[in-house]
Design a binder for this molecule. Structure first.
Ligand SMILES: [Zn+2]
Length: 369
């Protein structure tokens, strides 16, 4: 929650610093030129004053942006502090947990494209300041352009974040340029494709294998069935490109790659998962891990290591202890006393597994070593 505005602030500061450095260096260059040749001094100085006034305006705008981001960090920091205090207070803990869940759900809805629902939930709970609506919605336009087979907005984004992408070893920009090349080949514009490859693809040594494939595809044409080349013309490439852009954009914005709601659910399911889960008839009907809708999510997750275990009745889902001891049926199945007695009528009950009729006095106390 704090990383996103902090990263935006760092990016804004870096941009401002580079802008000032570039403009001042250029101004100093002009001043040196003027000192060498006094005749051009008046017009050069007028131009310089205009440029420096332009720089001043840009710096002031940047300052406003930085103040806004600092304020956002402050608001979120205060919120985290308040949440910590509410968690520590038993009276407020429940409302803090509800609010946290609402924030996670709103964040998930926003990531999945349910913008209106996310906004309604966030506004209803008064938590819209703690979600990054503008950033996610801005990225949606680039993704929509990619789905409409337009790389330009994504390339503009890459140019803006070039230093960061380079540091992370990203090939996103090259992949976008490669896709543009493929589209030129697909539409039969071979000469344009060649000059595009020379301009944008030839300088990247790490991209050489893909470049070689692309050049061969130019000779073979879009109708080729040869495996590695046909893949270049696959329509699904646009979807893969959109997914790659989305992943790298989340990283550049310091947003978590997996929605925090899914991480929280995964952590909860791992804590609940036991070795008995998914074992057919032994599964507890109250266990979220063994039942839909979480079962599919939980199947891939590891179980937590437990140094102490407790017995839970698979009929009632309640703990079995000295007040509600485990009782064994003649078939060997074990349930809690309260659950079995609730099934009994006139001193008899049916075994939930075998449907065999059992007298209550046939129930035996079970002991666990
Ligand atoms: Zn289970």
């Amino acid at each position: 929650m704090l990383r996103v505005p902090a990263e935006q602030l760092a990016q804004t500061c870096r941009k401002q610093y580079k802008l000032v450095e570039k403009e001042l260096n250029s101004a100093m260059g002009e001043i040196h030129e003027v000192l060498k040749d006094n005749r051009a001094a008046p017009s050069s100085m007028n131009g310089l004053v205009d440029r420096l006034q332009g720089l001043k305006r840009k710096v002031e705008d940047g300052q406003v942006q930085e103040d806004e981001l600092l304020q956002r960090c402050r608001v979120r920091l205060d919120y985290l502090q308040k949440m910590h205090e509410r968690d520590a207070d038993p009276k407020n803990r429940g409302s803090a947990q509800t609010e946290r869940l609402q924030r996670l759900v709103a964040d998930y809805l926003l990531r999945e494209g349910y913008d209106h629902s996310a906004r309604c939930l966030a506004e209803g709970a008064g938590i819209e300041r703690y979600l990054d609506f503008e950033l996610v919605l801005a990225s949606r336009d680039v993704l929509a352009a990619l789905q409409a087979r337009d790389c330009e907005p994504a390339l503009a984004w890459c140019a803006e974040h070039r230093a960061k992408l380079k540091k992370a070893g990203s090939t996103l920009e090259l992949q976008l340029r490669l896709q543009q090349f493929v589209e030129l080949v697909r539409s039969g514009r071979a000469v344009e494709a060649l000059s595009h490859a020379r301009r944008h693809l030839s300088s990247a040594a790490e991209f050489e294998p893909q470049l070689r494939l692309a050049m061969t595809s130019l000779a073979l044409g879009p109708a080729t069935c040869a495996a590695p080349y046909a893949k270049l013309f696959d329509e699904a490439a646009w979807g893969r490109l959109a997914a790659l852009f989305h992943k790298q954009q989340l990283a550049a914005l310091a947003m978590a790659a997996t929605a925090p709601l899914l991480v929280a659910i995964g952590a909860g399911l791992t804590a609940l998962k036991t070795p008995a889960c998914f074992h057919g008839d032994h599964a507890c009907r109250e266990c979220p891990v063994c039942n839909e809708p979480f079962r599919a999510l939980a199947e891939q997750l590891p179980g937590a290591q437990r140094s102490q275990s407790s017995l839970v009745c698979r009929l009632s889902g309640l703990p079995m202890n000295e007040d509600n001891p485990p009782l064994a049926l003649p078939s060997g199945n074990v349930y809690s006393r309260n659950a079995l007695l609730s099934l009994a009528a006139d001193g008899v009950l049916r075994d939930p597994q075998t449907q065999e009729v059992v007298r209550v006095d046939q129930l035996r106390k079970a002991f666990f070593m």
